[in-house]
Design a protein around this ligand. Structure first.
Ligand code: ADE
Length: 235
């Protein structure tokens, strides 16, 4: 997978992709991420990338021309399966969306800033608009890093234990069960007996029930969906 990210503050994205799992994905050649500075595509002496909003009001808007120039330049290099725009008014990001996007080969991500981008970029270039939650960040960069991380960790060979992404929270519509490591008793609190039993089936059943309980307690919205799904499945 190759991900190109377009930003006016590329420095914000210097950290996440050079550590841990994402770094390993790059080293193994499974995923590459490149960050592009929108200012490099601005024309004129000032290298202007933003301007006042027509109609007035506070806040600047990223201009269409530099963004289009950057997108067109990148399109010369590869064919993109998706051009994403990170914005609080996009579709809520979710595990099913991450699963679907992780199957794509080339993805471009445009980060908004200030009041966002000229609407004509959204109508003419963007294939999908994504929000990572109902709150407003100062720009789309951290949101783009969230999306890129969620996709890359799903790619085969990125996680050491390939099955571990399948047991994440949300992969089966449930939150993940509690986990423990040594010592078996810590600060007066013992690990549930069954996890020490070595009995694979009992452990799997305990984990499933703990997942269901945790989802019911913490995320009644997910639990309702899970129950509805269960009525239509043979699980
Ligand atoms: N840009 C600013 N806030 C955002 C959010 N919540 N999700 C995605 N992009 C954003």
């Amino acid at each position: 997978m190759h991900i190109d990210i377009i930003s006016v503050v590329p420095g914000l994205l210097e950290g996440p992709f050079s550590h841990s799992i994402l770094k390993r994905a790059e080293e193994k050649g499974i995923a590459t991420v490149r960050v592009h500075n929108l200012r490099d595509y601005a024309t004129g002496k000032q290298k202007q990338v933003d301007d006042y909003a027509f109609g007035g009001g506070a806040g600047m808007v990223l201009m269409a021309a530099p963004i289009a120039a950057c997108i067109e330049a990148l399109k010369q290099e590869r064919d993109y399966d998706e051009i994403l725009y990170m914005t609080p008014d996009g579709a809520p990001f979710s595990q099913p969306m991450a699963n679907a996007l992780s199957l794509k080969k080339n993805i471009m991500i445009l980060c908004g800033h200030y009041k966002g981008v000229d609407e004509r970029i959204r109508t003419q270039y963007i294939t999908r608009e994504i929000s990572i939650g109902d709150y407003v960040l100062s720009g789309g960069e951290l949101a783009a890093a969230v999306v890129a991380d969620a996709l890359i960790r799903l790619l085969p060979g990125v996680l050491n234990d390939e099955t571990s992404a399948l047991t994440d929270s949300f992969q089966d519509g449930l939150l993940a069960p509690p986990v423990y490591t040594r010592p078996a008793v810590w600060n007066g609190e013992a690990v549930p007996e069954v996890l020490l039993s070595g009995h694979t089936e009992h452990i799997a059943n305990w984990r499933f029930e703990a997942s269901v309980r945790r989802t019911q307690e913490r995320r009644p919205d997910l639990y309702r969906k899970f129950e509805e799904g269960d009525e239509n499945s043979t699980r």
